[in-house]
Structure formats: structure tokens, C-alpha cells
Ligand binder design. Structure first.
Ligand code: THU
Length: 128
């Protein structure tokens, strides 16, 4: 699947975000090795620290449906470009250190890099 299409799917869901506190809506689209796409949005909470990011929602949906080999994730936000936060980088690192991460101001202006580039020396319990 093209990066542009994956990004469009991230953008398509961001209005479903539950973000009454920050007003910052995020959509993520996670592509599996099999070509399946799992989307996610951020879900905020009155207890702010309980908030979960769009990327982790997408991963949780994929894992709970039996998919854990990921090729790429696209992230879109109501404010344009949005790279995954530090917690999400570590969360994604568990499954594929070479994951391609895509974001941009719109589908015609995308930026892409690997998770390894975004999270140098990420933590793993087992040595690789
Ligand atoms: N957020 C995400 O959904 N993904 C990120 O990678 C960064 C931040 C959300 C969390 C919160 O609901 C809002 O953006 C503002 O921080």
C-alpha cells in the first residue's frame, strides 16, 4: 500500500478522536505484513494521565485481532504533522524496530523515517 493511502486512512478517522481536553485530534493507521490496516484515535480522560494515544489504540486493536507483524504506521492530526510521542515510539519498538513511520501536513507532503531513527537505542528485554 502506498504511504499516501495509509496516511489518508489515518486522516479519515481523526475526527472520531475523543479529545475534549486538548482539542488535539490524532488518527493513526497501522499496516500489517498481510496488508491489513488497523486505525486508532486518541482517547483522553478527566484523569489526564490515563489518556491513550492514537498509535497505541491502533496497535492494541491489531494485537487483539491476532496481527503482530507491522510494516508501517501513518499519523495525522488536526494540527497537521505529528510524529509519535516517546511512549508510542517505545510501544511500537517492541514489534518492529524497522517500522516505517509516516506523517505530514497532508497526503501530498509526507515525511517518512524508520522507528529506529526516531528512537535510538530503544529498550528490549532480550538482546538482539
Ligand atoms: N497524542 C497522540 O494521540 N499521539 C501522539 O503520538 C502524541 C499525542 C494525543 C494525546 C493527547 O490526547 C493529545 O494528542 C495531546 O497531547
Amino acid at each position: 500500500m502506498e504511504d499516501r493511502e495509509l496516511y489518508r486512512q489515518a486522516k479519515a478517522v481523526l475526527n472520531r478522536a475523543y479529545a475534549p481536553y486538548s482539542g488535539f485530534r490524532v488518527g493513526a493507521a497501522l499496516l500489517t505484513k498481510e496488508g491489513r490496516v488497523f486505525t486508532g484515535v486518541n482517547v483522553e480522560n478527566s484523569s489526564y494521565g490515563a489518556t491513550i494515544c492514537a498509535e497505541r489504540v491502533a496497535v492494541g486493536k491489531a494485537i487483539s485481532d491476532g496481527f503482530r507483524e507491522f510494516e508501517a504506521i501513518a499519523v495525522a492530526s488536526s494540527e497537521g504533522k505529528a510524529w509519535p510521542c516517546g511512549i508510542c515510539r517505545q510501544f511500537l519498538y517492541e514489534f518492529n524496530t524497522n517500522l516505517r513511520v509516516i506523517t505530514g501536513i497532508d497526503a501530498e507532503h509526507l515525511e517518512c523515517c524508520t522507528l529506529k531513527e526516531l528512537l535510538a537505542c530503544g529498550f528490549r528485554l532480550s538482546a538482539e
